[in-house]
Structures are given as structure tokens and as C-alpha cells.
Write a protein that binds this ligand. Sequence first.
Ligand code: THU
Length: 143
Amino acid sequence: MSEGITQPDLALLAFAREIRPKAYAPYSDFRVGAAIFAGGEIFQGVNVENAAFGSTICAERGAAMAAVAAGFREFDAIAVVGDSDAPTVPCGACRQFLAEFNPEMRVIMGGCTDAVEVTTLDRLLPDAFVRGYLDQHDGEDDE
Ligand code: THU
């Protein structure tokens, strides 16, 4: 994708790669690690699957939950590492979830090769639905 790769990008990617083996992925066997940089701190997450497949939580949302629970709501960057040869991209649901906490955050992606891609969330999810749309609602019932 389109951004240059910096040393801080690679450092965040290393945190995502470090946590990836902790993923609980007995159904897909596709392990994903994520690391968010927010407020100068790092928050890690992994995918956690469930026998009711739809109850699975992605690594990115796990990391976001940890950051928010620690009091950070403005994310500078997220790194994602999955089991694919090509760098693993965040799924659509995670793109929307992350847009809440900065639609312009940097997104660093890696896989099981040395390939790394860097972009921004607004490139992955143009025109995200954000709280500004709700602020335009007057609260009155139309009917
Ligand atoms: N997965 C993630 O954790 N993040 C993504 O962005 C893509 C998919 C997980 C969900 C599921 O546990 C496994 O990868 C296969 O879809």
C-alpha cells in the first residue's frame, strides 16, 4: 500500500508478532496478533475464537479493548500480523471499530514472510460512519 515504512512502524509490528502465538484459534488455525500505539503506550491483542463461530473476536478489536480499558481513546497506529504470506489486512468490522478511535491512524501489516505494508485507516475504509453523523440527528422522532 502507500506509506513509507519507518522504524516505529517496525517496532510496533514486532509487538504484534510477539503476541500472535497467544491467539486462541482452534477452528481456523489462523493466528493473528495486533498492537496499538496510543498515548505513548502499547496495547496488544490476539484473535479469540469460539465454538459459536460468529462469537469470535479479532486481534485488532482485542487490542482496542485493552487500550480503551486503560483510558486511551485516540490511537496513533495499529500493527497486525497474521498467518498469511501476504501481509494480513484488518477485516471490515475491525476497520469500522477502529475508525471510532481515529480514522486516520497508521496501519502496519505483516504476515509470515518479511513483507510489510503500511497505510492509513482512511485509505482502508473511506467514508467511515463516525459519530459526526449521529451529532447531525436532532433527537426528534420523525413519525
Ligand atoms: N482475524 C483477525 O483476528 N483479524 C483480522 O483482521 C482478520 C481475521 C481472525 C478471525 C478468525 O479468528 C481468524 O482470523 C480467521 O478468520
